[in-house]
Design a protein around this ligand. Structure first.
Ligand code: 13P
Length: 287
């Protein structure tokens, strides 16, 4: 059964580790992440962007697939199915479809409008026992070939949103989605510490987990980060393994064209990547 991310977050803050949020794109991705979490006895959050939602034939299809897998694969660790960077409408659609957690990304609105919309969703999620992630200070990344450097959130605004009763808060600390540019100055621990000081035990979320050096990840966890989002790194490891399979001509031998064989190396590569991250985040054995 899917669970809200609230309890996992509280335990992660108390235990000084972080739970991995891994974005899913299809059946192979989902199965790889769920089985790795089960093998490592780690809680896990499956992230679904609105784009990936459309790609996978809508939120209800995803809820059906994930719930089916939890039963068929005998998954016993806590699993949250979470909308990633949702719009207000997207969040409502996921709540209706059976997601156990949603993110409302109101960071592009004025703080007043972000508060107003987040408040409505806090109430809905509270009634239904779901977890809500909110965002302050937008996360940069590549958009039309231009790489933004990632905004730093205003700690006072973080407190205003945290006080609404969200389950977890994404605060921009110079992190960006995708591969970091060579001249990236690194995470702003000054911002993170200032946010933490204002919001106390509120679990903080670090987006753009791909390519952040291990020592920065560990320091971020020590400063209150309890959820770390990883997407691009799984995509890159899937791509590299699939490329190697084809470059070695394996798809041309025997039944190597069978999608179950063609996608197997990429699937294994995702499993390895998720394992590496769960070990780094300290969530192994915490389920
Ligand atoms: P990356 O693709 O940089 O790992 O970021 C993932 C993310 O933050 C999803 O919300």
């Amino acid at each position: 059964m899917l669970v809200s991310a609230k309890e996992m977050m509280t335990k992660a803050v108390a235990g000084h580790y972080a739970v991995g949020h891994f974005n899913i794109n299809n059946l192979e991705w989902t199965k790889a992440i769920l089985l790795t979490a089960e093998e490592l006895k780690s809680p896990v959050i499956l992230g679904v962007s609105e784009g990936a939602g459309k790609y996978m034939c809508g939120y209800k299809t995803i809820v059906g697939m994930v719930n089916g897998m939890l039963g068929e694969l005998g998954i016993t660790v806590p699993v949250a199915l979470h909308l990633d960077h949702g719009s207000f409408e997207g969040a409502k659609a996921c709540i209706n479809a059976g997601f156990s957690s949603v993110m409302f990304d109101g960071s592009h609105y004025s703080i007043e409008e972000n508060i107003e919309k987040t408040k409505v969703l806090v109430n809905t999620c509270d009634v239904l026992g779901l977890s809500l992630e909110a965002e302050v200070g937008s996360i940069g990344g590549e958009e039309d070939g231009v790489v933004g450097m990632g905004e730093c959130a205003d700690p006072d605004e973080c407190k205003m949103i945290a006080d609404l009763g969200v389950a977890m808060l994404a605060a921009g600390i110079g992190n960006i989605h995708g591969v970091y540019p060579e001249n990236w100055p690194g995470l702003s621990f000054e911002t993170l510490a200032a946010v933490k000081e204002k919001v106390g035990d509120m679990p903080l979320v670090l987006h753009g987990g791909t390519g952040i050096p291990d020592d920065m990840i560990k320091k971020a966890i020590s400063l209150g980060v309890a959820k770390i989002n990883v997407n691009t790194e799984c995509q890159l490891s899937f791509q590299a393994a699939t490329r190697q399979y084809i470059e070695e001509g394996k798809d041309l031998k025997g039944k190597g064209f069978d999608p179950r064989k063609l996608l197997a190396p990429g699937y294994e590569a995702i499993k390895d990547k998720v394992k590496e991250k769960m070990e780094l985040f300290g969530s192994v054995g915490k389920a």
